[in-house]
Design a protein around this ligand. Structure first.
Ligand code: SDX
Length: 431
């Protein structure tokens, strides 16, 4: 005797509907409302999607109450400690830990695609030197489909995989080129003898006039930052990639859409905004003034790097990032970093403040990352490009999963219409 399928009863007006319910492997159950409009003639209403599951997924799981983040079931703490970004890319894309041979084959494949078509250099030269690197990345990544036509047919699994490898391999090169262009230095080609993070650092900081040796401490910190940002369930930019992909847009256009969405200060742009806020606060004695502003309903100011739609406990990535910040600054001999002091004091004050406690506002991934990136020599304008670089594997994995979902269809939400009902047009001379 199989259990009768679980249903949710919904009664309104003269209607009584039974809607199917499904249980996940982890997290809240869901009520399937796909037939609600057909059967009940009503929509659900959930601006901001605070209570809406947009898809099935098996990639990343977040427990906001416990402050837990799993990539394919592996905890972010263990991956940050014991894995590396290329292995994390493999785990996200293929769902399992690779064998040594699988990892080497995958890593070699990524390495072989790190260069971009040389003519793309002309695209960079079309931007002003002071263009924000995110503006350049939106443009250049969107234009990849103009150079790599042979991996834009989304109905061909081989082309989808090829596009995924190309995106993961080329995004560090594009981000580094955007940085080099903004500082007026020549582009540095990838060096395929280096690992992924070391290659990125060298493409950013090497100059033709002298030998550049990658500092292993910085390479490890860079790799860990990539891992911590790799994927994060159905966040705004991932949902943007999925929605763009649901229309059949090519993978490069979808990733460009994700980059554009990530740029917002409420999302990936928060790491730049957070460091600029910490610098504006400047010293520990000015913290109360800013905490008061963050609590003032009439002041639009928010503590950047604080709060999260899902985490109502510590963001596990912020914890790892905070440990890394201490480690990197100490190893780099940057004692008494005033910004780090302000950050730690701000965190302490905020976490003891009833407003933040009541609203369950904790530091998120963007709170400490900027301090490390700043110490590594990156300008604040490169913080979000580095987030976008890291998240590309998450976006492309979610894009693949969406296309492989047999129930996949174009995403097309409805609305609660509050505009004018039909009314007659009045000729200009009669108004
Ligand atoms: C990322 O979704 C993801 O997974 C994103 C991300 C990923 O990896 O993809 O984790 C990356 O985007 C991290 C978040 C980075 N953004 C910031 O640090 C910007 C500052 N934080 C906020 O703007 C805000 O917390 C959000 C955008 C992150 C979350 O916003 P929500 O879930 O819509 O919450 P809300 O705006 O409804 O806030 C709830 C309450 C409000 O007060 P009330 O209206 O209930 O009185 O908390 C207050 C807010 O005013 N609040 C803050 C605050 N964040 C929320 N008050 C002061 N400072 C803050 N930072």
């Amino acid at each position: 005797m199989t259990d009768a399928p679980r249903t949710a009863k919904l009664t309104f007006d003269d209607k009584e509907l039974e809607l199917p319910m499904y249980s996940p492997t982890a997290g809240p159950d869901v009520i399937d409302i796909t037939k609600l409009y057909a059967q009940g003639g009503v929509f659900t209403y959930d601006p901001g999607f605070t209570s809406t599951a947009s898809c099935d997924s098996a990639i990343t799981y977040i427990d906001g109450g416990k402050g837990e983040l799993l990539y394919r079931g592996y905890s972010i703490d263990e991956l940050a400690e014991s894995s590396n970004y290329i292995e994390v890319c493999y785990i996200l894309l293929f769902g399992e830990l690779p064998t040594k041979a699988q990892l080497k084959k995958f890593s070699d494949r990524i390495t072989k695609h790190t260069m971009v078509h040389d003519q793309m250099q002309q695209m960079f030269r079309g931007f002003r030197r002071d263009a924000h690197p995110m503006a350049i990345m939106c443009g250049v990544v969107g234009a990849l489909s103009a150079f790599y036509h042979d991996s834009t047919d989304i109905s061909d699994p081989e082309q989808r995989e090829h596009a995924s490898v190309r995106m993961i391999a080329k995004i560090p090169t594009i981000a580094a080129m955007a940085y080099k262009y903004s500082v007026g230095q020549p582009f540095v080609y990838p060096d395929n003898k280096l690992d992924y993070a070391s290659n990125f650092l060298r493409m950013c900081f090497a100059v033709p006039a002298e030998e550049y040796v990658v500092d292993p401490i910085l390479a490890k910190a860079m790799d860990r930052i990539f891992t911590l940002h790799a994927d994060h369930e159905q966040n705004a930019s991932t949902s943007t990639v999925r929605l763009a992909g649901s229309s059949g847009a090519n993978p490069f256009a979808c990733i460009a859409a994700g980059i554009a969405c990530l740029w917002g200060p409420a999302h990936g742009g928060a790491n730049q905004a957070c460091l600029e806020m910490l610098r504006e606060i400047g010293t520990v004695d000015r913290i109360p003034e800013f905490v008061a502003r963050a609590k003032d309903k009439n002041d639009p100011f928010r503590l950047m790097g604080f709060g999260h739609r899902v985490y109502k406990n510590f963001d596990p990535r912020a914890k790892v990032m905070k440990e890394s910040a201490d480690e990197v600054l100490e190893l780099m001999g940057i004692e008494n970093n005033e910004t780090l002091k302000v950050a730690k004091e701000l965190e302490k004050i905020a976490l003891e403040d009833p407003y933040f406690k009541e609203k369950k506002l904790y530091p998120n991934v963007d709170f400490y990352s900027g301090i490390i990136l700043d110490a590594m020599g990156f300008p604040t304008s490169m913080f979000t490009p580095i987030f976008a670089l890291s998240r590309t594997v998450g976006w492309i994995t979610q894009w693949q999963e969406m296309l492989n979902d047999p129930s996949q269809k174009i995403g097309r939400p409805r609305q609660l219409y509050k505009g004018a009902t039909q009314r007659p047009y009045v000729e200009l001379d009669k108004r």
